[in-house]
Design a protein around this ligand. Sequence first.
Ligand code: AMP
Length: 494
Amino acid sequence: MQRAAGHHKRLAIIDGQGRYSYADLLTAAQKVASCLLTDKHDLGEARVAFMVPPSFDYVAVQWGIWQAGGIAVPLCPSHPRPEIEYVIRDATPQIVVSHPVFENKLRPTAKSHNAGFLLTSAAANTKEPSLPNVNVDGRAMILYTSGTTSAPKGVVMTHQNITAQIKTLIDAWEWTADDHIVHVLPLHHTHGIVNTLLCPLWAGATCEILPKFDAEKVWDRFVNSDLTLFMAVPTIYVKLIASWDKATVEEQKRMSKACADLRLMVSGSAALPVTVLEKWKAITGHTLLERYGMTEIGMVLSNPLHGERRPGFVGVPLPGVKVRVVDESGQEIKEEGRPGEIQVRGPIVFPEYWGKPEVTRKAFRNGWFCTGDAAVIERGYYRILGRSSVDIIKTGGYKVSALEIEEALRTHPAIKECAVVGVDDREWGERVGAAVIPEAGSSLSLDDLRLWAKKELASYKIPTRLLLLDELPRNAMGKVTKGEIKRLFEGPCL
Ligand code: AMP
């Protein structure tokens, strides 16, 4: 925020309502801070939950909370009521801030949890407050993890964590004030908040915020705007490719040419299928830069901005981040090719799960954060094998990576999308189950799939259960929810 004052009249944000400079942003944030503080001088790390659509107003509220000394707890507008109630119950905010469009949804919830309620519209006419000095080691934000394996946990991030995470990416991806990004990601998740919103604002760049992802609108921005960067999750690239496929040849030429003007396109938050990377390269000329990160630690591994971006790999540790792979006894694995758990330490690492000291304690070993992700280093680059709890399938004494099997299955001509899970089995421990969306007009039987897979995979990795679906269940970030897929296998399958 201090840096924003230096960027002053530069264009900070574009949204559906207008264009705003850094000075506009600071003024709007101060008004929010003033409303939050009322007669207090400092919120003293009170939690402030807020639900505001992706827009200039969202950022004004986030920065206003920070200026007033509060902890920002963003709520996801598309989450169902029980999930929002869960966050409010867990974070126990002192105040809930709501855009008027969410008033009916949030006012009763705030009341039933004895929290104050503030509409963003109330901040418009307030005077300049005197602001507290915010301690950089103090808590700044609580983000709720998607909870693929357990109830969501509140990940506490300090101002210092966020600053370190931003600086790492500014260095690695060479953000400058001349950058211009279009923002299409949810704003309750680290990818949308740190990588695509706070990085450009730190650099003095312009962030153009779309209310939600819409493939046609994004292509329109690629074609009709002077964007320099784009960042998204793999499913978004899949949708952009589908939209390109539908366009006329003339339009396709224009769309592809527009992408050539961007300097960087990044994918992360889930494994980027090699087939998607290759198709995107074929239509835009860009080799997507794939990186790996997590809410608790920000971004830690990345393919290089300059240098080889290797398909199927997430690159090497980012500057200032310590990363290692350890075996089950906690020993660092020094040799290449042997899988283990990714552990991380450094100023980017979060200090605690909100209100869960025991869970926090178990998440660290000798100062290293245990990610729960398995990986292997090959020719100097990390390859993610998946989350140990859901993606590492233990079948007949073997440990196999669901991500590796998915990568192979995607090369089958009749498979459009797939997700592999372990299906509980008395004899094998787990069996390899493949949930598949077939290509339009194609059919697929388990026998055909197994016969084909013999040429691609070791016998113990070949699926023995097949489920044909029209859609894969996904969360608000577009990540496949494997717990739901596992449950689907409890019903009839092939
Ligand atoms: P979240 O905290 O919601 O960002 O989820 C973090 C998890 O997403 C990580 O622990 C990984 O399991 C997964 N993830 C993030 N980036 C990648 C990637 N490039 N490839 C594979 N998995 C990823």
